[in-house]
Write a protein that binds this ligand. Structure first.
Ligand SMILES: [Zn+2]
Length: 189
């Protein structure tokens, strides 16, 4: 098989006029045709130029392919990072919903606790009132007790005075009786 003089692509002789890869003219000059020397030199210079251009374009193509591969790798990395970020976001959303639920539950418990606290405070106020009333009653009872003790000691002193008077009266009567008896005896005798 023949090869293209510029890009080395194989081809069947007589089948194509131009190379399917680089477009170089493939038709050979007929052997009967006498080619001028100057034309051959120019043709040779064209071939050298075409080979250089082909090599340069292949080099640039490889560079572009390399850049494309790098871009593909970066794109894959970014895609992976995006998936990871989405997963993290979903996890964060899930935690946020869970925390919101816990906050709601805590708020409900707080309201219940506040209700219980105000109930206890109300009962405590009633107890304080009762305690104050009891203290007041106790103070009044103590005053009454002091008054009664005072009355009692007054009555006791009055009673002692009465007893003393009664004793005096009794002894006076006894003395008079004896005196009368003695006078009667004296009269009899
Ligand atoms: Zn070619």
């Amino acid at each position: 098989m023949a090869q293209c003089a510029v890009c080395k692509t194989e081809y069947l002789e007589g089948q194509a006029k131009y190379c399917s890869t680089c477009g170089w003219a493939l038709i050979p000059y007929p052997l009967t045709f006498e080619i001028p020397e100057a034309f051959l030199e120019k043709q040779q210079a064209n071939l050298v130029w075409a080979k250089q251009m082909w090599a340069r374009s292949q080099f640039q193509l490889k560079q572009v392919q390399s850049q494309l591969e790098q871009l593909d790798r970066q794109s894959a990395q970014l895609q992976s990072h995006l998936v990871e970020t989405q997963l993290q976001r979903e996890e964060t959303d899930r935690q946020r919903i869970q925390l919101q639920s816990q906050v709601q539950q805590l708020n409900q418990e707080k309201v219940q606790s506040q209700s219980i606290i105000s109930q206890i405070q109300s009962e405590l106020e009633i107890s304080h009132k009762n305690c104050f009333q009891t203290q007041s009653e106790l103070k009044e009872a103590n005053q009454q007790r002091s008054q009664l003790q005072s009355d009692l000691s007054q009555l006791q002193s009055q009673l002692e005075l009465c007893n003393s008077n009664a004793l005096k009266i009794h002894s006076s009567r006894t003395f008079n009786n004896r005196k009368n008896t003695t006078s009667i005896r004296i009269k009899r005798s």
